[in-house]
Design a protein around this ligand. Structure first.
Ligand SMILES: Nc1ncnc2c1ncn2[C@@H]1O[C@H](COP(=O)(O)OP(=O)(O)OP(=O)(O)O)[C@@H](O)[C@H]1O
Ligand SMILES: [Mg+2]
Length: 125
């Protein structure tokens, strides 16, 4: 599954990923992948890949870093700044857009595929 996290610097994308992983029981640190571009986590049978592509520049880096292989339909890929690697990152199942308010945030969630719609339904229940 592929989840895009869209929003300005400081909008709360990493904070949401951190909260999600903690809610699933992750005990260790959740670093922002600002420099490494990718951090990975395994929680039970779930394999998460957390990308921050803000500093992504070079197309050849995509293959060299093995990023293409990470979008294998098995990993849950949470992608900050997907627009920085447009044409390389596969399309999103779920897109979450963040808007900063003076206090808090507004999130708009868009499901593009059936599996994402299932997730949204579960969130609403
Ligand atoms: N819902 C929220 N309400 C208030 N403050 C928040 C919220 N979400 C995040 N913050 C605060 O905003 C700051 C930046 O958050 P975060 O690092 O998650 O942003 P980001 O979208 O990942 O930014 P970047 O694009 O630089 O990676 C943090 O100090 C965090 O505590
Ligand atoms: Mg971030």
């Amino acid at each position: 599954m592929v989840v895009y996290l869209r929003g300005d610097l400081g909008a709360g994308k990493t904070t949401l990923v951190r909260a999600l992983l903690r809610a699933l029981g992750l005990a260790g640190r959740v670093k922002s992948p600002t420099y490494a571009l990718l951090e990975q986590y395994r929680i039970g049978g779930l394999h998460f890949r957390h990308f921050d592509l803000y500093r992504f520049r070079d197309e050849s880096e995509w293959e060299a870093a093995g990023f293409r292989d990470e979008f294998d339909g098995r990993n849950i890929c949470l992608v900050e700044w997907p627009e920085k690697a447009q044409g390389l990152v596969p399309g999103a199942d779920l897109e979450i857009s963040f808007e900063m308010l003076p206090s808090g945030r507004t999130l708009t969630v868009c499901a593009n595929t059936a599996v994402a719609e299932e997730c949204l339904k579960l969130l609403q229940d």
